[in-house]
Design a protein. Structure first.
Lengths: 282, 583
C-alpha cells in the first residue's frame, strides 16, 4: 500500500465525502418518488410527503399492477429492449469489424464508412422517417421500434476504434489456424472486447427502455405501446388550461401516488441492469 | 420551453379536455361503410315501425319518438381515437372496443365503435393527426379537436362541412341546443359553413367559488365576506389573530398560487385572485363600448387590483412564495390548515378539499370548509372568468358518409346530459364498473374494486351535466344540493359525488350572470404565433413584480406601452378581424 501524505489523505476524505454527497443527491429524487407512491392521497396532494411515506399503503401499486395496459406495456418494453439490444449489438459488431479492417484488405472501406457517417450528419426528419416506416408496413408491429434504430453509427465508430486497438497478430494467427472472419469476430474479438460490448449494450438498453416517441407515432393499438410512451404522457403532466367536463380529468389531478408508483416500477428494471453490467465493466 | 409552447396553444384555446376522441377508418371500416351507405336509407326508413307510426299520432311526442332507439341494419361502423392511460382497468374480459357501452351501442343502435388510433395524451393525438395529414394516411371518421389543429384540419381539406347532414339528421332537441348557445358556433363555422359539431359545456365547470374555513370564521366570530373591505378584514383576522389557535403566527389569509405555467399569475385553476378584478378581468378579450375587443390588461382597474394585491402581500396575507407555487401547492396550504380562504371551482369540493375533509374526519380533527359566492372585486362589481362555452369540436373525415349514425349517437348521449329518462346510461355505464345492483336498486358507492368510468370508450361522451341554457329551472347540482333526489340522475349525482363538490357547483350557479365573457376562442393569429409568448411573459413579470413590490405601480403603464409596441396593437387588430370572420 502506497504511503499517503497528510494532505493526500485529507484530500481523499474530502473527495469521497463530496462524491458520496453527489451520489446521495442523485438518489434523493427517487426516494421522494418512492415515498409518494407509498403515501395516502391526502398526504400527496397536500404536498406533505418528503422522503418518508405518510399514510403508508400499497394501493397505488395494486392499481398499477391490476390495470389492463401496464403489464402489457411492460412486456412490450422488455421485448423491445432485449430484442433491440441483441440485434443492435449483432449489427454493430458486424459493421465495426469489417470497417476496422485496413483499406488493403477491405476495398471500398472508405465508401462504406462515409455511407454510415453520412447518416450521422443528415437526418430525413420526422415525416420522411415516418413515411418510410409506414410504407414498409412496420407500423403496429414491434419491428417499428427495433429496426429504425437498429444501427447507431456512433456506437459503430466506438466499437470500430476498439477493434482497431486489437493486435493484428491475434487475427493473423487464428487465420493461419484456419479461422474465417466470423470465427475471428465471435471467438477472438468478442471475448476481448467484452467491456466495450457491455458498455454499448447498456447504452442501447437504456435507450430502448426510455424511447417513447416512436411508440407514440408508430403504434395504434393499446397492446403495442411500450411503457415509456405511457410514462411520458404521465410525466408530461396535465394541461390545466384544458380542464373540462370529464371527471376523469379531475381524477388525473389527484393521482400523484399512482403516477409515482408507475414511474417507480418503470425505472426499476433498468436500474437492476446496472449492477449486473458493472461486473463486466470492472 | 415545452411548457411555454403549451401555454401558447392553450391561450389559443385548443381545448381537448374530454378524453381525446378522434375518428378513424381502417380498411375494413371503409368497406363496411360503402356497403352500409347503400343500405342505410332503407334502414332508417324502415327503422322502426313503431317510431314512424306513433310520430304521426301526435306532434308533441314526435321529438321523443325520433330519439327512440332505432337500429342500423346492417350495423354502421364509426371509427375514432381513444386516449388510454397505463392505469386503465376493464373488467370481466372487456376490451376497448367490446365493453358495456360499446355493446349497448351496437346492440341497440347498430353502431359499432372502432378505435383506429390509440394515443396516450392530447399531445400524442395532435402529433398523430399531423403525421396523418402529412403522410396522406386515412384519418379516423370522427376527430375531437380545437384550436390550431382544427385550423390545420380545415386547411387540409380532409374534413367535411356538415350543413346538409345537420339540417337533415340533427334532432329537434339538438338544433334547439345549438340555437340556444349560438356562441359555440364561433369555433365550428367558417364562412357560414358548419365544419363540425362543437360540444357545449355546462358553463360552470371552471367557475370559481370562495372556499372558506368556516371553523376559523366561527372562532373569530366573523361572517363570510361579500366585498373587498370585508374580505380584507377576514384576511387580516386569519393572518394575525391565530385562527388555528396554536399560539404561533403561522397562517395566511388566503391561498394564492401565481405559478400557473401559462403566464396568468392572477388566474389559476385553483387558489387564484381573479375575483379581485371584478368585471375587468385581465387575460380575456373583452368587448368594449365600441363593440371592438380589447385585451383585459388595458382596463385601469387591473392596475388597481394589482395595487391591492401588493398591499396584501406587504401585510403578509398570503404565502410569500406565491410566485413559485402552483395551484396544487397553494391549495395544499389551504387543505393543510395554513391558509383560510381559497378560490376554486366547484369540483374542488371533491378533490382536494373533499379529500382533506375526509382525512380530518378519520382523525377526528375539525376541518369545516364551506363554499360561498365570490365577493365583489375592487370596483364593487362581482366578476369571474367564464367557463369556456365549448371545449372542443367534433369534425368528420371527408368521405365519411354515416352522418345519420353520428347524429343518432350524439343525440342519444345528449339525452343523458339533459336527464332524458331514455338515456341508456342513466343508472350507470356498466354494471360492475360505475354501479352494482343491490336488491334491485343501483348502488353507486360500493362497487367491488372501485368505481371505473367508461366514458373514454364512448366517442360522444355522456358524462357531465346539462349544457348551458337548455334546461329550465335550477341545475341538477342546485336541485341535489337542496336535497331533491327524485330522478335517477339526481340520485346518481348525489351518490357518486362529494357533497362538498355538489354544494360548490350549486354555489357557483348562483353567480352565473356575473361571468366575464371571453370574446375570442379561436386559433392564434399570425402575429400571436410570433409574439404572444413574449407578450405573456412580459405581462406575467410585470404583474409579479408589482405584487412583490419590486417595481412601482407606475411600471404598469410602461408595461402596457411595451405590450402595445411589441405586437399587442397588431394582435388586437387581428383578433377583431378573426372574430368578424367567424360569424
Amino acid at each position: 500500500m502506497l504511503k499517503l501524505s497528510l494532505s493526500d489523505r485529507v484530500f481523499r476524505i474530502v473527495n469521497h465525502l463530496f462524491l458520496a454527497l453527489m451520489a446521495f443527491l442523485c438518489i434523493l429524487p427517487m426516494v421522494h418518488v418512492l415515498a409518494v407512491s407509498l403515501s395516502s392521497d391526502y398526504a400527496t396532494t397536500s404536498y406533505l410527503v418528503k422522503f418518508w411515506p405518510i399514510g403508508f399503503n400499497l394501493d397505488a401499486y395494486k392499481t398499477a399492477l391490476d390495470s389492463n395496459n401496464f403489464i402489457v406495456a411492460f412486456k412490450v418494453s422488455v421485448l423491445r429492449t432485449l430484442g433491440g439490444t441483441l440485434l443492435t449489438m449483432f449489427l454493430t459488431m458486424l459493421a465495426a469489424y469489417s470497417m476496422s479492417k485496413d483499406d488493403r484488405y477491405f476495398k471500398g472501406r472508405t465508401l462504406y464508412a462515409w455511407f454510415f457517417v453520412f447518416t450521422m450528419l443528415f437526418h430525413g426528419g420526422l415525416i420522411p422517417t415516418y413515411l418510410v416506416v409506414q410504407k414498409s408496413g412496420l407500423t403496429n408491429s414491434i419491428w417499428a421500434l427495433i429496426l429504425p434504430v437498429a444501427v447507431n453509427v456512433f456506437n459503430v465508430v466506438l466499437m470500430m476504434n476498439f477493434f482497431r486497438g486489437i493486435p493484428k497478430e491475434l487475427e493473423e494467427a487464428s487465420m493461419i489456424d484456419g479461422a474465417g472472419h466470423f470465427r475471428v469476430l465471435f471467438t477472438i474479438f468478442f471475448p476481448i472486447s467484452l467491456p466495450s460490448i457491455a458498455t454499448l449494450s447498456l447504452f442501447t438498453m437504456v435507450f430502448h427502455w426510455n424511447s417513447w416517441f416512436d411508440g407514440m407515432i408508430y403504434m395504434n393499438q393499446a397492446d403495442q405501446f411500450p411503457l415509456a410512451t405511457f410514462l411520458q404522457a404521465l410525466i408530461a403532466g396535465f394541461d390545466y388550461t384544458k380542464i373540462g367536463l370529464n371527471p376523469s380529468d379531475l381524477e388525473q389531478l389527484s393521482e400523484r401516488s399512482l403516477k409515482s408508483a408507475l414511474m417507480f416500477i418503470g425505472i426499476f428494471p433498468i436500474l437492476l441492469v446496472y449492477p449486473f453490467f458493472a461486473k463486466v465493466l470492472r | 420551453m415545452k411548457r411555454h409552447r403549451r401555454a401558447v396553444k392553450a391561450l389559443a384555446g385548443i381545448i381537448l379536455c374530454m378524453s381525446i376522441i378522434a375518428g378513424c377508418s381502417s380498411n375494413n371500416a371503409k368497406e363496411s361503410q360503402t356497403s352500409e351507405a347503400s343500405a342505410q336509407p332503407s334502414a332508417s326508413a324502415s327503422a322502426s315501425p313503431t317510431a314512424s307510426a306513433s310520430s304521426t299520432a301526435s306532434a308533441a311526442p314526435a321529438e321523443t319518438q325520433e330519439t327512440a332507439f332505432t337500429k342500423f341494419d346492417p350495423p354502421v361502423t364509426i371509427s375514432a381515437a381513444i386516449t388510454l392511460r397505463p392505469s386503465d382497468k376493464l373488467r370481466f374480459g372487456d376490451t376497448t372496443e367490446n365493453n358495456p357501452v360499446t355493446r349497448w351501442l351496437s346492440e341497440n343502435l347498430g353502431i359499432v365503435t372502432k378505435f383506429q388510433w390509440v394515443v396516450t395524451d392530447t399531445a400524442a393525438f395532435e402529433t398523430k393527426v399531423r403525421l396523418a395529414l402529412a403522410s396522406g394516411e386515412a384519418l379516423p371518421d370522427v376527430l375531437y379537436t380545437g384550436g390550431s389543429l382544427l385550423e390545420e384540419l380545415i386547411d387540409s381539406g380532409k374534413i367535411q362541412t356538415i350543413d346538409e347532414a345537420y339540417e337533415k339528421y340533427a334532432s329537434p332537441r339538438l338544433k334547439d341546443l345549438y340555437a340556444k348557445n349560438p356562441a359555440v358556433w364561433a369555433m365550428a363555422k367558417r364562412d357560414g359553413k358548419i365544419i363540425g359539431l362543437p360540444d357545449v359545456s355546462n358553463g360552470v365547470v371552471g367557475n370559481k367559488v370562495m372556499w372558506i374555513r368556516q371553523d376559523w370564521l366561527d372562532k373569530l366570530q366573523l361572517k363570510a365576506p361579500t366585498n373587498v373591505e370585508e374580505f380584507e378584514k377576514v384576511l387580516d383576522a386569519f393572518t394575525n389573530q391565530d385562527p388555528d389557535g396554536n399560539g404561533k403566527k403561522d397562517t395566511f389569509g388566503m391561498a394564492f398560487g401565481a405559478n400557473t405555467g401559462y403566464h396568468k399569475p392572477t388566474n389559476n385553476y385553483m387558489a387564484d385572485s381573479e375575483f379581485l378584478f371584478g368585471q375587468d378581468q385581465p387575460y380575456l378579450w373583452i368587448k368594449g363600448d365600441d363593440g371592438q375587443l380589447y385585451y383585459g390588461a388595458n382596463s385601469p382597474n387591473v392596475k388597481k387590483g394589482l395595487a391591492k394585491l401588493n398591499e396584501w402581500f406587504n401585510k403578509g396575507y398570503f404565502n410569500p412564495d406565491f410566485g413559485t407555487m402552483d395551484a396544487a401547492q397553494a391549495m395544499a396550504d389551504f387543505t393543510s390548515g395554513k391558509a383560510g380562504i381559497a378560490m376554486a371551482a366547484g369540483w374542488a369540493g371533491g378533490w382536494p378539499i373533499g379529500t382533506a375533509v375526509q382525512e380530518a374526519k378519520s382523525k377526528n380533527q375539525t376541518l369545516n370548509i364551506k363554499p360561498y359566492p365570490i365577493p365583489s372585486g375592487i370596483t364593487g362589481e362581482v366578476g369571474r372568468q367564464e367557463s369556456q362555452p365549448s371545449y372542443g369540436t367534433y369534425v368528420f373525415r371527408k368521405g365519411f358518409d354515416n352522418m345519420e349514425a353520428v347524429f343518432k349517437y350524439y343525440d342519444t348521449m345528449y339525452g343523458c346530459l339533459i336527464e332524458d329518462p331514455k338515456c341508456p346510461f342513466a343508472i350507470g355505464q356498466g354494471e360492475g364498473y360505475d354501479y352494482v345492483m343491490k336488491d334491485g336498486k343501483p348502488d353507486w358507492k360500493d362497487v367491488p374494486g372501485g368505481l371505473v368510468s367508461l366514458s373514454r370508450y364512448l366517442i360522444f361522451p355522456s358524462n357531465g351535466t346539462a349544457p348551458t341554457n337548455v334546461m329550465d329551472g335550477p341545475s341538477i347540482y342546485q336541485r341535489v344540493a337542496a336535497g331533491k333526489l327524485d330522478n335517477v340522475f339526481e340520485q346518481k349525482l348525489a351518490a357518486s359525488n362529494d357533497s362538498l363538490a355538489i354544494e360548490g357547483f350549486s354555489v357557483a350557479y348562483q353567480q352565473m350572470d356575473k361571468d366575464v365573457k371571453n370574446g375570442f376562442y379561436g386559433a392564434n393569429t399570425p402575429t400571436m404565433k410570433e409574439k404572444w409568448e413574449q407578450l405573456n411573459t412580459l405581462e406575467d413579470q410585470a404583474y409579479l413584480q408589482i405584487i412583490y413590490g419590486k417595481k412601482s405601480l407606475d411600471s404598469f403603464d410602461t408595461f402596457l406601452k411595451q405590450w402595445h409596441e411589441q405586437g399587442g396593437t397588431q394582435i388586437t387588430k387581428e383578433i377583431n378581424e378573426a372574430v368578424s370572420k367567424m360569424k
